[in-house]
Design a protein around this ligand. Structure first.
Ligand code: ADP
Ligand code: MG
Length: 686
């Protein structure tokens, strides 16, 4: 191939090497023997292959409407072929009068079928000889197509390349045992068949093998990172369960722990006693009681003479953690402090000194905690609450706050889909809290249209009459802060019209307020001075006001599932029956309708997380960190859940038998992994 086309391949498809080309997989295969008639084209036709004579080929249109139009004729009719790009090049090369075989996606223009930017080549009988029966079609871009490198021609390159290769060039990288028990075709075989399959069955086998390979290699890599950390990253040792922990547990804990909380606590204790660093992801549904698990872990650290910190994504939350800790730990010999961006200078100095001297044992706060000025005497545990708001780099800073990296406990705001967690967080230790504290009544959720607004407001009045409180949430419109504000203010006025002072009092919290204003408004709601909280989603995570029983979400169609679930989690936290009303206009998309339906049907965060992944695909899910691990070429963690499971099982078995991959049977795998550089640089961090 010449340098120009070569450059295009690099630019357009990131194909730099033979390996890249081999891993540029076809998106479909066409049966070359199947040539349709133009007459057979219907509005339902998508891709079609026809053969016919080009009877004309001319440039038409002016300026921006300029295009090349060719007419293809077979014995049943005419078909228009159109090019908007590369028209001159095509015109020079297309031979009028010649018979072509043409392939492409059919569209209709003024009820006439046409193919835009078709793939075509001169028809000849012997062409198909020596070729695969099923011809691969490869992803190509308009630019490539305009340069004569369409999905078919890329296939010719791959075909040539495959001809140069043999089994030695594509050696096996999976252990014999895995190949055997999964009944997978050999690697070379799989590459041949995924490009040029003998038949569909062979293609499926090849696809299966290569998908499994991707997932399995990812799991092995993650497993290696994890086991290396377990063996080589030194951690501080919490081997004492002392008076602080025990006193609190036996005399202050206001309830008994759920089974799930006990189990997770045990996992944390086992992890922190061994002398390697814990790097644990705690997945729990909204309201499952993660905070108390964090607190108990921090007391464990204190008993062992170590400091801990708990980092929250917002000031409101940090404040709430602080107040909660202060109350729970009142009169106990544990010094607690709060550090946020708005902590006053004098106070800040005092706190920084206290942390540096080790006087303060537990510090909560926002990301102010990771600033360089915060120096601990001996940080033993860092808790990160509602983790998806923090980036990897920020968390890396936590690691460096102690000579021996502190144990890290990362708590999610809402559950993450299982297969996603396995692939994106597979290198972390992993705990699940899938049990809510006893006595929680399920939250009744309904979807109401705008025209039911006054009934909804009446309902809120009735609840307030009973002594309850309500949230009314407005969506954030990302593009414009000003719009958000106006939107909220309009909403606020509207709510006020329904709930006039002095009969009712309303709190409002939004992103434009400073911390003090937010706090004052929150406090009035917490103390019951106000009955209604009007807010943007700043309230979303973590806020805990058990007396609130109604959550109204305005323009609910604008929210994602996990956000809706998180918001709904703000009610149903006390002993009273709670309600969530999803308000929308009458026109909503099918996707939005589906989300609202799911919300009304279930309150299980783990189920919702799975549905969310199905609806949105992995790219959009919150909580996916740097998603290198999710960029599989073939496998999909949505469609191939079963394979993800299998890959994980096989990888775990392999690493438990041979943690260093030092056995001869795993040599091929080890060698292969070593040749694949740069895959894991980000993943040392929780
Ligand atoms: P989340 O997991 O969403 O962060 P929280 O930690 O805020 O949940 O806990 C939610 C509420 O449940 C809090 O009011 C907390 O005091 C309460 N809680 C936690 N654990 C228990 C338990 N074992 N029994 C009863 N209530 C509990
Ligand atoms: Mg929480």
């Amino acid at each position: 191939m010449g340098p120009i086309k070569g450059d295009l391949l690099k630019k357009e498809l990131s194909v730099f090497t033979f390996k890249d080309l081999l891993e540029h997989f076809p998106y479909r295969h066409i049966d070359k023997t199947e040539i349709k008639k133009i007459r057979d084209i219907t509005p339902a036709t998508d891709y079609i292959q026809v053969a016919g004579r080009i009877i004309s080929c001319e440039l038409t249109g002016e300026k921006r409407g300029k295009r090349l139009v060719a007419i293809l004729k077979d014995d049943t009719g005419l078909l228009e072929l159109t090019w908007f790009q590369g028209a001159h090049w095509i015109q020079k090369n297309v031979r009028v009068g010649e018979v072509y075989i043409v392939f492409g996606r059919v569209s209709f223009y003024m009820s006439n079928p046409q193919i835009t930017h078709p793939e075509m080549e001169i028809f000849s009988q012997e062409k198909s000889e020596g070729r695969a029966f099923l011809e691969p079609i490869y992803p190509a871009t308009e630019k490539l197509k305009a340069r004569g490198l369409n999905g078919r021609q890329i296939g010719k390159l791959v075909f040539t390349l495959m001809g140069l290769l043999n089994e030695k060039d594509l050696p096996e990288n999976l252990p014999e045992q895995v190949i055997h028990s999964m009944q997978l075709p050999a690697r070379y075989e799989a590459f041949s068949q995924i490009h040029f399959p003998k038949d569909n069955e062979e293609y499926q086998r090849a696809l299966y093998r290569l998908k499994f390979e991707e997932l399995f290699l990812a799991q092995v890599r993650l497993g290696l990172i994890k086991s290396n950390r377990h063996r080589y990253t030194k951690g501080v040792v919490f081997d004492q369960v002392g008076t602080i922990f025990n006193n609190f547990y036996n005399t202050r804990l206001p309830f008994s722990l759920t089974g799930a909380q006990k189990r997770v606590l045990k996992e944390i204790r086992q992890d922190t006693v061994r002398g390697y660093q814990m790097n644990r992801l705690l997945q729990g549904d909204v309201g499952s009681g993660k905070t108390i698990v964090a607190l108990l872990s921090m007391l464990l650290a204190a008993d062992n003479g170590y400091q801990s910190c708990m980092m929250a994504p917002t000031e409101i939350l940090a404040q709430q953690h602080y107040t909660g800790l202060k109350t729970l730990l009142a009169d106990m010999p544990v010094e607690v402090a709060l550090l946020t961006g708005s902590t006053r200078l004098a106070e800040r100095r005092k706190i920084l000194a206290g942390v540096a001297e080790g006087k303060i044992q537990i510090i909560t706060g926002t990301h102010a905690l990771i600033e360089d000025t915060v120096q601990f005497q001996n940080l033993g545990l860092a808790v990160v609450d509602e983790q998806h708001r923090f980036g990897v780099a920020q968390r890396a800073k936590l690691w460096n706050k102690n000579a021996i990296p502190p144990h890290v406990l990362v708590m999610t705001a809402t559950p993450i889909p299982r297969t996603l967690a396995m692939t994106a967080y597979g290198d972390l230790d992993y705990s699940i809290m899938d049990e809510l504290p006893p006595g929680r009544l399920p939250v009744t959720t309904v979807h109401r249209y705008e025209n039911a607004r006054s009934q909804v407001m009446d309902f809120i009045k009735a609840e307030i009459q009973k002594g309850r409180q309500a949230y009314i949430i407005f969506p954030l419109i990302e593009e414009s802060e000003k719009l958000n504000y106006e939107n909220l203010m309009k909403g606020y006025e509207n709510v006020k019209a329904y709930f006039p002072e002095p009969l009712y009092w309303i709190s409002m919290v939004h992103g434009k307020m400073n911390a003090e204003q937010k706090d004052a408004n929150m406090q009035r709601f917490v103390s019951g001075d106000t009955q209604i909280m009007v807010s943007t989603t700043v309230i979303e995570v973590g806020v805990n006001i058990p007396n609130a029983t109604v959550m109204v979400i305005e323009s609910a169609e604008k929210f994602g599932l996990s956000q809706l679930h998180q918001l709904r989690g703000r009610v149903g936290r006390g002993g009273e029956k709670s309600y969530c009303v999803l308000l929308t206009g009458s026109k909503i998309t099918t996707d939005a309708r589906e989300r609202l339906k799911i919300m009304c049907a279930t309150s299980d965060g783990f189920v919702i997380a799975e549905k969310d992944l199905d609806l949105r695909g992995p790219g959009d899910i919150e909580g996916t960190r740097q998603s290198g691990m999710l960029n599989f070429k073939l496998a999909s963690i949505v469609q191939d859940k079963h394979l993800v499971d299998l890959a994980k099982q096989y990888a775990e078995k392999l690493l438990s038998d041979d943690p260093d991959l030092s056995m001869a049977v795993n040599l091929k795998l080890k060698t292969y992994l070593q040749t694949q550089k740069g895959q894991t640089s980000w993943s040392k961090i929780s």
